[in-house]
Ligand binder design. Sequence first.
Ligand SMILES: [Zn+2]
Length: 303
Amino acid sequence: MKRTILFFFSLSGLIFTTYGQQSSGIKKIPIIDMHLHALWWGESSIVGPLGLKAPKDPAAMRDSTFYYLKKYNIVKAVTDDAFALDYFHHDPQRIIPARQGISPLLRDSVDSLRHWFQAGTYKLIAEFMPQYIGFRPDDPEMEAYFQVADEFNIPVGIHLGIGKAGFANFTIANANPLYLENVLRKHPNLRIYVMHAGYPFISEMIALMATYPQVYVDIAVINWVLPRKEFHYYLQRLVDAGFGKRIMYGSDEMMWPQSIPISIENIRSAAFLTDQQKENVFYNNAADFLRLSAEEIKKDKAQ
Ligand SMILES: [Zn+2]
């Protein structure tokens, strides 16, 4: 009997401790998603990686996305693609609208970007995707985009790394993070983050971040499509190299909103990170990068 009671108490203590850690250290903290897509690819993409199922139409997609944003206390989300402004009008406090500039589907004129930045319509260039249409970041044709971002102090999130197959001009060689060096030398004040942390180019990514302290990364998509062990290996390399303050959470939610909890859990479960380091990845680093005001940060942390 005594043993049963002891067992019960130690078990409830365990549950209480675990829950307490989550609620004080991790679960309640606000999250900034630096990489969210607002689109719906259609019937052909209903079943995604890991067997995840997509909502049945764009309206269900939006509802499901906002359900997860709220459930996980994602207080801000950099959001691009076709429905970015629709999502923004739905929840202007939470959604930061971004324009891709270059993607397989569009190529904005620099005049359009200038107009939108002047009007405040879009706050970032992201997800900028020269790699998907066959360009290195330092191709002369990309220069005007970095130029306009620099001119308006607009942050750029650039896709570098593995990607969705099936685009004729997509090559992995163009993902090498070192191809950003010429851009950074030309635009030393450019606020830029490398999406997917340039996976799998870890050495090149570390070399770039060590040399250019203004470069941040997001860990979107690699935090749910890769085997957890491989994602942890990559994340730990970046942290051990000293960049724990420049790694930002992103989901790369594109069609399967259940990817959001998976991507969060794969960071929470990283035993090599302290609660403080996790909080930096989930919120503080992005708040620094986006230059949120002390007032905004206070408001986010009160949620
Ligand atoms: Zn991407």
